[in-house]
Write a protein that binds this ligand. Sequence first.
Ligand code: GMT
Length: 375
Amino acid sequence: MRIGIVCYPTFGGSGVVATELGLELSKRGHEIHFITYSQPVRLDLLSHNVHFHEVNVPEYPLFLYQPYELALSSKIVDMVKLHGIEVLHVHYAIPHAYAAYMAQKMLMEEDIYVPIVTTLHGTDITLVGSHPNYKTAVTFSINKSDAVTSVSQSLKDDTMRLFDIKNAINVIPNFIDNSKYKHEFTDCQRALMATDEEKIITHISNFREVKQIPDVIKVFHNIQKEIPAKLMMVGEGPEKEPAERLCEKLGISDKVVFFGNSNEIDKILCFSDLFLLPSLTESFGLAALEAMASGVPVISSNTGGIPEVNKHGVTGFLSSVNAIDDMSKNALFILKDADRLKTFKTNARIESKKFDIHQIVPQYEALYEATLNRC
Ligand code: GMT
């Protein structure tokens, strides 16, 4: 199939999922066309089956807001016509599903019908999409898509609760390429980061308020009072500077490393002992799954789709949002006993295999085919 993928190309779960999906589909023989405003961050391998089409938004000083949706829908139309794209897979309802619908309508004027598959990722529903200023257009775009998927059952339930949805929503969970994640300390850089006695705790996110960054720091603060430990903070975002200040205030700056954005997540995870994800809400928690694939147990909040990924008492523990003491207690329970830590690490790795890329991607292929057959 010739598949157009529209996504946010930045660091963030939806862009990562869209990019990894496109790359895997290309390996399975499909022709993939990424249509985005810059090259997706994990798209470092351009092959003859993978194409990238940049959406340029001309800056015009009269406009307070530059019309990205207009440029995107025009680009979609042009690329569908030029490359014979058969199906459009848009990740994130806002504004991609909306722009794709406009493109579909324009193409219909020329007797071309391109079905739209929309994947809901979470923030487009729970945090942004349900805002009264967007809700009408988001509901419309979801209902006008030819097929809709959500990355967890929890997100599907939220979507049905928050919007007036007439379309079926297929749950296709996020996935991981298990072969990319290592679990041995042989070729990773652990010694650069910590001594043998120190446990390594890791958090990866885009440092937005929803990630509850102060809770990450506070849980780590409690952990290091009882056992030698270091904290790896990976990512960039508005909560990063306040987090650095909090570390200073708590007197733990020498034990916390702020990496910024990284394309070497697998290398950092391979020397980690525990992953912290205390988010306020999380439709899935791809970062937790990436940690598990590296054999890293997860201490998380019990919110949104996280319980569908992190299994309480098996791959880690779940606590109520902001339950810092409970999270700290659970973290220490795992970290203080070497055998227990080993068991949790093994469990995390085993559980992550349920989300292996080779099991999930065929579900998208089947959906594209079914959608095309209906047209
Ligand atoms: O929350 C983020 O880090 C970014 C956000 C996004 O829109 O890219 O992630 C959402 O989609 C990811 C991929 O499906 C999910 O794993 C995240 O849980 C989800 N974030 C939220 O729901 C807050």
